[in-house]
Design a protein around this ligand. Structure first.
Ligand SMILES: [Zn+2]
Length: 336
């Protein structure tokens, strides 16, 4: 069957008419298949939600028990049939519980990768290439200028700074789901065994990652009451990016502003945010990972969703792969 008859972009998101379900819909729908827990992909208010157990747990943590009508946990690799459409979830390597969703009917397979990356991440399973007719890829960093450096070297910059400036509080901005836990896990892998202090907004998700067996070492709340003399000098404090906007970071002793994001590749962005130490740590593919993945999977067609669609579409065409942008709206770069 023609891929367009299996899955197409509708106003509420990618829609499978035969199966009567949406993937990562941006508005409430009767049946939603969700790739991962970032808020632009996983929204509250759907009737039925199918996702990995971890993604359902994360949605529950973020939105509360009543986040949907009914939910069904789908195991990775398990085949489920939704109105005659064969659906399978495969690891995406993006954050804990993240999955690509494979949709097949009448011999045509489309893989919706959601958000993904190819490099090793101690906090989630690695991306699994799935052969398919159509590969739907994000393009957050879909320009040849984007080459993310080795994350261990990036973490070393933080460890070096801690040695050089032992009197300053190293305040790291990192997204609450995925990035914060990855930064902590990477620090632990590099042998940093001091307590790490976290903003209250990260507590539940860090607790959840630990309950899933991810080693985050000793974590303490970064509580700082007005009359509190607790001194955070020389420590690592992690908070969500929004906390930096409300001046939270400035309450610490001589704060050194750090931000962990793929966007830190762009000096201008770091400067705008007042970041002293930018750490280029991304949960999305850079350009070489995007193009390597497409070559590896070798699909007949590539559909490009959110991000820098045009450059990747052009690259595919030059490689002799039919490609088109989907122009889906409603996806930002949360988690980046
Ligand atoms: Zn994401």
């Amino acid at each position: 069957m023609k891929p367009d008859a299996l899955l197409y972009p509708a106003p509420k998101g990618l829609y499978c008419e035969i199966g009567d379900f949406y993937i990562d819909p941006v508005q409430p729908v009767d049946r939603a298949l969700i790739t991962h827990g970032h808020s632009d992909h996983a929204r509250a208010g759907h009737g039925q939600v199918l996702a990995t157990r971890e993604t359902l747990d994360i949605m529950r943590i973020r939105y509360g028990e009543g986040f949907c009508g009914t939910s069904q946990a789908v195991a990775l690799g398990e085949t489920i049939i939704v109105n005659g459409v064969e659906v399978r979830f495969h690891p995406a390597g993006h954050v804990l519980g993240s999955a690509q969703i494979s949709v097949m009917a009448k011999g045509t397979r489309i893989v919706v990768s959601g958000d993904y990356k190819r490099r090793r991440d101690p906090t989630c399973l690695a991306f699994e290439p799935v052969p398919c007719d159509v590969f739907i890829t994000e393009a957050t960093f879909g320009l040849p200028v984007f080459h993310h450096p080795d994350d261990r070297a990036e973490m070393q910059k933080l460890l070096t700074s801690l040695k050089q400036f032992p009197e300053r509080t190293h305040v790291v901005g990192a997204y609450a789901l995925g990035k914060a836990q990855r930064v902590i896990a990477l620090l632990r892998e590099q042998g940093y065994d001091e307590p790490i202090y976290i903003h209250g907004a990260l507590q539940k998700l860090c607790d959840y990652y630990r309950s899933e067996g991810i080693d985050l070492g000793e974590i303490r709340p970064a509580t700082l009451a007005a009359d509190d003399k607790q001194d955070f000098a020389g420590t690592v404090v992690i908070g969500p990016p929004a906390a930096f906007a409300d001046r939270w970071a400035r309450r610490f002793v001589d704060p050194l502003a750090i931000f962990a994001s793929g966007w830190m590749m762009i000096r201008q962005r770091a400067k705008q945010r007042g970041v002293e130490l930018p750490l280029v740590i991304s949960d999305h593919c850079d350009w070489p990972e995007l193009t390597q993945t497409i070559r590896e999977i070798g699909p007949a067609q590539v559909w490009v969703t959110h991000g820098r669609e045009e450059a990747l579409v052009r690259w595919c065409e030059l490689e002799g792969i039919a490609a088109r942008p989907l122009h889906l709206v409603g996806y930002d770069d949360e988690g980046e």
